[in-house]
Design a protein around this ligand. Structure first.
Ligand code: ASC
Length: 150
């Protein structure tokens, strides 16, 4: 009886682990996930960009806080572009799935530049931060230009 119970538990744990690994039950879930990621990227990068451009008062600790979150969040978008999620409420271009290498490279560059932005944030120097903001904004823009419909 004890043995059966432990098998049942193990099976339940395995199926939970599997569904977490598969990540998305439906294509709409993947679309919702990546839109959420874009919202977070925009919010946290937007605050840093606003400070870099003088639209918001410079607060070194707030830059570190936002850059820390941005560095984590920029690891996420690629996982949302699963096969079959090219249809529906999305502006994702087919090139994401036909030119995957370029798309992946673009996504990885964003994270690499976000890592540099976090390092710049930790210096507390506004000019250093400003120099690291440009590349991240450029990554956002080039990915949207190449891979997002109008
Ligand atoms: C943002 C945001 C984007 C990018 C882009 C940079 O803050 O929401 O989509 O930066 O405007 O060019």
């Amino acid at each position: 009886m004890k043995l059966v119970a432990s098998f049942v538990l193990a099976a339940a744990a395995a199926s939970l682990a599997m569904s977490a690994y598969a990540q998305f039950a439906k294509p709409e879930d993947a679309i919702k996930y990546r839109k959420s990621v874009m919202t977070l990227q925009s919010a946290h990068f937007g605050r840093i960009a606003a400070m870099a451009s003088g639209k918001m008062p410079f607060d070194a600790a707030a830059v570190v806080e936002n850059a820390t979150i941005l560095e984590t969040v920029t690891r996420l978008p690629l996982a949302g572009f699963v096969a079959g999620s090219d249809k529906g409420e999305t502006r994702a271009k087919p090139e994401i799935w036909s030119d995957t290498a370029k798309f992946k490279e673009t996504g990885e560059k964003l994270n690499a530049d976000a890592i540099k932005l976090l390092a710049a944030a930790k210096t507390g120097n506004l000019d250093t931060i400003k120099a690291a903001v440009g590349p991240v904004g450029g990554d956002c823009k080039s990915c949207h230009d190449n891979f997002r419909k109008e």
